[in-house]
Write a protein that binds this ligand. Structure first.
Ligand SMILES: Nc1ncnc2c1ncn2[C@@H]1O[C@H](COP(=O)(O)OP(=O)(O)OP(=O)(O)O)[C@@H](O)[C@H]1O
Length: 465
């Protein structure tokens, strides 16, 4: 090849649209061909290269509705992937997948930019913590303690309280968190984004928080990549500044769903239950970046929508396998008004061992679970024969279990406006004392309802007097 041809190829970075199918655009380059993940522009519509077909043809995903595009239109290759701003300048801001502001304020100036696609840390760089992040939420701290530097999932079907719980966790933990917090909204309602931005401002924590949104009205490409954009910013705080990062994601299921949409648009054959064949590797690529290294920790809390309340759903099952703690929200509890609707038998955490939480906590948590499990078994008998047919020991178990169930409900700060009850933060020591006292009850002077929506047992005493 002559030197001339080389120069020619390097400068000829313009292609033409060869096909448009939904949000997928094929572009033909007759000079140098862009690489995977390169950013292209057709007018002002951004496209990300996601497959190289051969003979100059690349397949790209549109990051916005493709209205106005036509065959033969010119496409510019930028020669680089999507780059987002990193650094302290993004703190206090609400940004999109390109790191552009969506809070109505000017773009952060003079900032370094990094590609949203980064490898995950090497296995040898990763560290394991065995420290618990206390949330002040009784049911979680007792039964499914959150690992500092680990990944926790909040699982639940539609409308069982995932968003309320994640907002409450922000309220309870962001203020006390020493490092920075990052909120990543994927595929949820835009209204929730606005509410959160306002709440963060009111709570006075916006200055150490970054909020990124790729909401449900946006293109699948945006929803698919917004998590990567958030992680690039989180990695900067972890690796360059050595800070601890609290990463909240609502909702990681929407990432998998966006991947399925992209896969369908790309013409790939779907796999189990209609999901993309690449589900496991796509999810692992994102989840493996959420790790703690010697330089800093990323603690992530991820809301996980469970389609049709089916926990065997491939997306839910795959997400589950990446987590160190899972808080499962149950529809049955929500329908009984037992909020937060944490299912005590299905929720679990690797932190719940005597060596991490201590023998007493471990024993109390087991006793609570056992009592509730026994009550579950007795429910059928009660339904068929009535409570009177039970032995007095079983009746006492039922009485204790129903009081425990109610004691594990809690008024939230974030629901004050519609529940009318003041929110309560309960230290784990008081949760343990309360559960221990209820487990030891032999006489039941107070009604079950006395235990409903209180903080610690001290509130009970107030109600008594
Ligand atoms: N802790 C709580 N206390 C009182 N009410 C609650 C609580 N959690 C949830 N709710 C009720 O349940 C409703 C749905 O909660 P939320 O929006 O968090 O559900 P979700 O699981 O995120 O739903 P979706 O899948 O639709 O996003 C709330 O609007 C509220 O009425």
């Amino acid at each position: 090849m002559s030197a001339n041809a080389d120069i020619d190829a390097a400068t000829r970075t313009e292609g033409r649209i060869a096909a448009i199918r939904g949000g997928v655009v094929d572009v033909l380059f007759d000079g140098s061909v862009p690489r995977i993940h390169d950013l292209l522009f057709a007018g002002d519509i951004a496209l990300e290269v996601s497959a190289l077909i051969g003979e100059g043809l690349v397949r790209a995903i549109a990051m916005a509705p493709v209205r106005g595009l036509g065959l033969g239109m010119a496409v510019k290759a930028t020669g680089a992937p999507i780059m987002v701003p990193v650094g302290d300048a993004v703190l206090g801001r609400m940004l999109d997948v390109f790191g552009a502001p969506i809070d109505g304020r000017p773009a952060p100036e003079a900032v370094a930019r990094r590609s949203i696609h980064q490898p995950s840390p090497k296995l040898s760089d990763r560290v394991l913590h065995s420290e618990v992040l206390e949330t002040g939420i009784k049911a979680i701290d007792l039964l499914s303690p959150i690992e500092r530097g680990g990944k926790t999932g909040l699982f639940g079907g539609a409308g069982v309280g995932k968003t309320v719980l994640i907002t409450e966790l922000i309220n309870n933990t962001v203020q006390h968190h020493k490092g920075v917090s990052l909120f990543c909204g994927i595929g949820e309602r835009s209204r929730e984004a606005e509410e959160l931005y306002r709440e963060m401002g009111e709570a006075g924590v916006r200055d150490k928080t970054v909020m990124l949104f790729g909401q449900m009205n946006e293109a699948p490409g945006v929803r698919f990549l917004i998590g990567n954009a958030a992680l690039t910013m989180a990695e900067y705080f972890r690796d360059d500044k050595g800070q601890d990062v609290l990463l909240l994601i609502d909702n990681i299921f929407r990432f998998v769903q966006a991947g399925a949409e992209v896969s369908g648009l790309m013409g790939r054959m779907p796999s189990r239950v209609g999901y993309q064949p690449t589900l496991a590797s796509e999810l692992a690529a994102l989840e493996e970046r959420i790790t703690s290294t010697r330089r800093g920790a990323i603690t992530s809390i991820q809301a996980v929508y469970v389609p049709a309340d089916d926990f065997t759903d491939p997306a839910a099952a795959h997400i589950f396998s990446h987590l160190s703690a899972s808080v499962v929200l149950s529809r049955k509890r929500a329908s009984e008004g037992l909020y937060p609707a944490v299912d005590p038998l299905a929720s679990a955490s690797v932190m719940l061992t005597p060596s991490v939480v201590g023998q007493r906590h471990y024993d109390i948590a087991r006793a609570v679970r056992r009592t509730l499990a026994e009550y579950e078994e007795l429910r059928d008998i009660i339904a068929m024969l009535g409570l009177e047919e039970l032995s007095s020991a079983d009746r006492a178990t039922v009485a204790r279990a129903r009081r425990l169930e109610r004691f594990l409900t809690q008024p939230f700060f974030t629901t004050e406006s519609f529940s009318g009850t003041q929110g309560k933060l309960v230290p784990i020591a008081e949760t343990l004392d309360g559960c221990e006292a209820i487990l030891g009850l032999t006489e039941f002077k107070l009604s079950e309802n006395a235990y409903y929506m209180i903080g610690s047992l001290d509130d009970l005493k107030e109600a008594e007097s």
